[in-house]
Design a protein around this ligand. Structure first.
Ligand SMILES: Cc1ncc(COP(=O)(O)O)c(C=O)c1O
Length: 411
């Protein structure tokens, strides 16, 4: 049986007290997640017992490191229902999306082509496309967000045309928590011959994810948002797409044969892993995928529905507090963005910090969405496997304290 109170015992950092003497309440999981002992041990064990470069040496340590690295690739691929041949290790979602932009977009897109990007994309799934559009003459087209925080799916048929070459959509919004209907979008995109890039930074850690069921063409993920180390992540793409793409970075390992003026390239996924990769973090990301698999992603999702439902209900009792995004927990993840009248999100986050509660305040790297919501910033509490309803109570109490402190301050 899934029990967050038992799960949290696996996370040493959650035993910390904050400077004011309060127990740490970590509610910034959309930014990065804490690491369980199994992930920390995996990283330490790699450096203590197996440290070596991969794919190169003939000595036993090189073989051990390579086995661990490739084993992690297989397990992470399984975690998203994919074949390991299509999984390229990257350092983050940002790097994975840039890989697609520069190794696919730059060579494929041309003047007159369109890239459909949702209005709720993180900057990491917007700026690379702005840069590629500038270089190729392609145009960005916006799939808008509705007033209640969903994608305007009724507009999708008219926005998809034979000019559309790529649709960029986040699996789950890092601001609104909205879970997007990826399969429906992919079916519509494929019907006009466009590819679909799914930003899985928020979705993969929290939802049962299967690239075949989604019918995605590209899926980017961040290891550090799914209990893995920073510097770990991946791009999954259909192997035939990876095969046809140009390399992203050039250097060692990604080649087959090199002459002074030309080269042939390695098979995928190695064609996209130039130089020494992030070996230890990638291996430890495999341990994170195992940890989540053992918890059961269905259980993770059920827990997040429960905690989001509880948090939204409790927060809605606070006068002057507005929640952005869907309020029905079935349609959203555990990312809750909100605005409290008369308390700027940064002031709120600062006061919460004095209570030991870590939340995020700002534009969350989604400025076009902030404009759509008509706010300069939001406060954001985001939950994960180790968060409890008691922590939600602590959050609500601390928001009340902040409200009292700022009462009348804006008059
Ligand atoms: C939806 C979404 N996409 C992309 C990113 C970028 O992830 P990273 O910083 O790991 O590259 C984030 C990070 O917050 C995110 O929430």
């Amino acid at each position: 049986m899934f029990d967050a109170k038992i799960v949290r015992k696996d996370f040493p950092i959650l035993e910390r007290t904050a400077p004011g003497g309060n127990q740490l309440v970590w509610l910034d999981n959309a930014s990065t997640t804490q690491k369980p002992r199994a992930v920390i041990d995996s990283l330490v064990q790699y450096y203590e017992q197996h440290n070596s470069n991969v794919h190169r040496g003939v000595y036993f340590l090189a073989e051990e490191a390579t086995e661990l690295y490739e084993g992690a690739r297989t397990r992470i691929a399984q975690f998203i229902g994919a074949d390991p041949t299509g999984l390229v290790f990257t350092k983050s979602t940002t790097e994975a999306i840039n890989l697609v932009a520069y190794a696919w977009g730059l060579y494929t897109l041309q003047e007159g082509d369109e890239i459909l990007v949702t209005e709720m994309e993180h900057h990491s799934d917007l700026i690379p496309w702005q840069l590629i559009a500038k270089k190729t003459g392609a145009t960005l087209v916006k799939l808008p967000v509705t007033d209640d925080g969903f994608l305007a799916m009724d507009q999708l048929p008219s926005l998809l045309t034979d000019k559309t070459k790529l649709v960029c959509v986040t699996q789950m919004s890092n601001v609104l928590g909205t879970i997007n209907p990826i399969r429906e979008i992919a079916d519509a995109a494929h019907a006009v011959g466009a590819l679909v890039l799914v930003d899985g930074a928020q979705g993969v850690p929290h939802l049962v994810t299967n690239v075949a069921e989604m019918d995605a063409d590209f899926l980017a993920l961040s290891g550090h948002k799914m209990l893995g180390p920073t510097g770990s992540g991946g791009l999954w793409a259909r192997p035939e797409l990876l095969d046809a793409m140009e390399p992203f970075h050039g250097g060692g390992e990604m080649i087959r044969e090199v002459w002074f003026d030309r080269a042939t390239y390695n098979v995928v996924p190695y064609k996209f892993e130039a130089g020494t990769p992030n070996i230890g973090p990638s291996i430890a990301l495999g341990a994170a995928a195992d940890y989540l698999t053992n918890l059961g992603m269905e259980n993770v999702r059920t827990h997040e529905i429960e905690i989001a439902r509880y948090a939204i209900a409790e927060m809605q009792k606070i006068e002057g507090l507005t929640i952005h995004g869907p309020t029905d927990a079935e349609y959203r993840g555990g990312v809750v963005s909100f605005w409290v009248d008369e308390v700027h999100p940064h002031d709120l986050a600062t006061i919460l910090d004095t209570e030991g509660i870590a939340i995020r305040a700002g534009h969350h790297c989604a400025q076009p969405l902030m404009r759509r919501l008509g706010v300069p910033a939001t406060a954001r509490a985001s939950f994960y496997v180790y968060n409890t309803t008691e922590e939600v109570d602590a959050l609500v109490k601390a928001i009340d304290i902040a409200k009292q402190r700022f009462a009348g301050a804006w008059a």
